[in-house]
Design a protein around this ligand. Structure first.
Ligand code: SF4
Length: 411
């Protein structure tokens, strides 16, 4: 059977799409262009109104690609509005992702992992260890689409990671919708990482560095002392890079977003992390133009961003998502103000990124070779791969002085 997978949305979706592809390959399928496929899986996203639109377009495109393919729509948008997708065409079916994997590959998610290595799969492998979210941020529909938080059995995760390490994988990204809420018995995310480090410590072939782990994203309230201590002591086997969503530097806006921290608490956490792990690279997400955000609130965000010296910021102009409390507010920010704030924040983000990269010049980091010529540092900067380095390898590189930043990227 020839199949095509259309992936939209976040890193967790990417991991799940790769798992679906691996299951289909293991069941004897082969990947094909949508025009030649018998089955097209669209793994959807519904995080913003814009993402929802893209998702519908992708399903229309799949239907137009050829006249006979079965089109299976799965993921967050399908969970919110299955009937809406099924009404698009009789060939459209919707499915929950776990059930889809069971049906396609004849096995339950996670119980018998099919390894995603080689071929078109990325050299950096994602393992989903958690799904769902018990928070209720007022701009977000994901917790509705994904349901309550749950965590995967730690032994299962460890078996999967050991199998990847044995297969030669040198970087594993732990992912989840609310990864920091990982909890298995009394094991926290830090406890899981400790067990993963121990279980894979002898997996390196002679002389090569052991597999390392990366935390995909973690909510500030979930960064406990155990995780800080582990980042400080693991000598890079847990990448000293955290993606720590800020969303706003105004305590008023954070309260309206129902985020469980204020600006001061966020900054205190960053100070604690920087004191314990001086090499740490920090990235974040910021929403600009949330309903009610005024110029003072935005100035507070710029202050916090400067203080935290992020190496990368994903800037999102607020986008109304139907079905969320924030979408109903009457104090929406005008589009041109949102666009202006996004531009100003992106300029600052670019300057901070250049400064963080410059401070690393001359230091040495292990880089993961992604493809011939391209590698990613532990601190999550893209660099040139050393000549002759094999994709998938971890190699030490002295970071060169970057060329002077000449322009701010448009987006
Ligand atoms: Fe959505 Fe907030 Fe949960 Fe993230 S933490 S998935 S933004 S509700």
């Amino acid at each position: 059977m020839r199949f095509a997978i259309v992936n939209l949305g976040c890193k967790v979706n990417r991991v799940e799409s790769d798992a679906i592809a691996a299951a289909l390959l293991a069941a004897g399928g082969s990947e094909a262009a949508p025009t030649d496929a018998d089955l097209i899986v669209v793994n959807t996203c519904t995080v913003t109104g814009e993402a929802e639109k893209k998702t519908r377009k992708a399903v229309h495109r799949a239907l137009r690609a050829n006249g006979h393919a079965r089109v299976v729509v799965t993921g967050c948008a399908a969970a919110i509005d299955a009937a809406g997708f099924e009404a698009m065409d009789p060939r459209v079916e919707t499915a929950a992702k776990g059930a889809l994997l069971e049906e396609l590959a004849g096995r339950a998610v996670g119980t018998h992992p099919v390894l995603r290595v080689g071929g078109a799969f990325p050299t950096r492998v994602g393992i989903k260890v958690q799904d769902g979210c018990d928070n209720a941020c007022t701009y977000c529909i994901v917790h509705v689409a994904r349901g309550r938080a749950w965590s995967r059995d730690a032994d299962e995760v460890i078996d999967e990671a050991v199998a990847y390490a044995r297969a030669g994988v040198r970087e594993i990204v732990l992912s989840g919708i609310n990864l920091g809420s990982y909890c298995w018995g009394d094991l926290t995310l830090a406890g899981l990482l400790e067990r993963l480090l121990a279980a894979t410590a002898d997996q390196a072939t002679s002389g090569e560095p052991c597999v390392r782990f990366r935390i995909s994203s973690i909510e500030p309230k979930d960064v406990g002392d155990d995780l800080v201590a582990l980042l400080a002591s693991a000598e890079g086997r847990v990448c000293r890079h955290l993606h720590l969503p800020l969303q706003s530097g105004s305590s008023k806006v954070l309260r309206h977003m129902a985020r469980p921290y204020d600006a001061g608490e966020y900054c205190t956490l960053v100070d604690r992390l920087r004191a314990a792990v001086p090499e740490l690279s920090l990235s974040t997400d910021v929403i600009v133009g949330f309903p009610g955000e005024d110029e003072d609130d935005f100035a507070a965000t710029l202050d916090v961003v400067r203080q935290c010296a992020f190496s990368k910021i994903h800037v999102f102009p607020y986008s109304r998502r139907e079905g969320t409390p924030a979408a109903d507010r009457v104090d929406q920010v005008r589009p041109e103000i949102k666009a202006d704030r996004a531009r100003r924040l992106r300029e600052l983000a670019f300057r901070l990124r250049s400064a963080d990269r410059a401070r690393r010049s001359g230091t040495s980091e292990l880089v993961l070779v992604e493809t011939a010529g391209k590698a990613t540092t532990e601190s999550y900067f893209e660099v040139e791969a050393p000549a002759g380095a094999v994709p998938g390898a971890l190699v030490a590189v002295a970071l060169p002085t970057p060329p002077l930043a000449v322009q701010v990227p448009a987006k």
